[in-house]
Design a protein around this ligand. Structure first.
Ligand SMILES: Cc1ncc(COP(=O)(O)O)c(C=O)c1O
Length: 295
């Protein structure tokens, strides 16, 4: 069976209405990449699709990939490999815990072999994309040139005419890099905005310029809510309210911060009355495994 038979591609675009979007008089749409698959969701699939389609499947016998203990990418890779019937190993950063968390348990359920390495050893691993000794190595988070190419497709599936602004959450910048390349290829002038979910002054904007030569996106670096995977009572309250208002669950690490930023940009007037805004739901709901206690 083809992996695409397991996936909802193209993903739907849903219009939502909240008290704040109505007050700002904007039209808010969500590109539901979270609905692509319960586990291989959002930009995880987009990146993996770019990577997997780049290599001839007969040239490798195993997939090796990398990540932290709550990595959405690891579990998405595990599920993809189960469907594709390819053995896979996850190299996990940090000592083996006494008890596996929900994400790692799911990885095991999908048949991924887990190898824990110390943070020092992890740094020494060659984590570049490529085939070595018939093993396909996929970098942490699927962050690589081929990963960006898969992210082209997110925007190809949307009619962008009349859309004022497109927003996406950024960790490494790979997803927005692919989306920006798509914009360039179509000469579509729809402005693209990234919400940086890690602390650090302008580092994604800088990486996009240095690594990919990208200048056509705006990155907001002030909406990280305390740093990567950090939450705040304001963020948690916002996600709860958004979920009950729309029936759409956001994750606490990426899409929750993106949507809260959109709300704040409405209040500040950066998003204006009459704007038609698309937010990309990049999935990642397994992030709740590590965060439910903070609700
Ligand atoms: C759910 C989710 N959204 C957004 C991102 C950010 O993507 P990128 O690292 O390509 O900027 C990630 C991380 O890969 C993610 O897991």
């Amino acid at each position: 069976m083809d992996i695409l038979d397991h996936l909802t591609i193209p993903s739907p675009l849903h219009q939502v209405r909240t008290a704040w979007s109505a007050a700002a008089a904007i039209e808010l749409y969500i590109k539901r990449d979270d609905l692509i698959h319960p586990i291989i969701s959002g930009n995880k699939w987009r990146k993996l699709s770019g990577i997997l389609s780049h290599y001839d499947k007969t040239t490798y016998r195993e997939i090796i990939t990398f990540g932290g203990a709550f990595s959405n990418h690891l579990v998405a890779t595990a599920a993809s490999c189960a469907i594709l019937k390819i053995p896979c190993t996850g190299i996990i950063r940090g000592e083996e815990p006494k008890q596996l968390n929900g994400v790692l348990k799911l990885c095991e359920m999908y048949g991924m072999r887990l190898t824990f390495v110390s943070r020092e050893e992890y740094k020494e691993h060659n984590r570049q994309l490529g085939i070595y000794e018939e093993k396909l190595f996929i970098p942490e988070g699927g962050a690589c040139e081929q990963g960006t190419l898969g992210c082209f497709e997110v925007l190809r599936e949307i009619e962008l005419k009349e859309i004022s602004k497109v927003f996406v959450a950024c960790g490494t910048g790979t997803t927005i890099a692919g989306m920006s390349k798509f914009m360039d290829s179509t000469n579509d002038g729809t402005p693209l905005y990234g919400i940086q979910v890690l602390k650090g002054n302008g580092y994604i904007a800088k990486d996009l310029q240095d690594v990919y030569g990208i200048h056509n996106v705006t990155i907001y670096d002030e909406f990280h809510c305390g740093g990567y995977a950090k939450t705040s009572p304001e963020l948690m309250d916002f996600i709860k309210e958004f979920t009950s208002e729309t029936g759409i669950l956001l994750d606490p690490v990426y899409t929750g911060k993106m949507m809260l930023a959109i709300k704040k940009l409405c209040i500040s007037g950066d998003i204006k009355k009459g704007d038609k805004v698309i937010a990309i739901h990049t999935g990642g709901l397994t992030g709740w495994f590590g965060k439910v206690d903070e609700l």
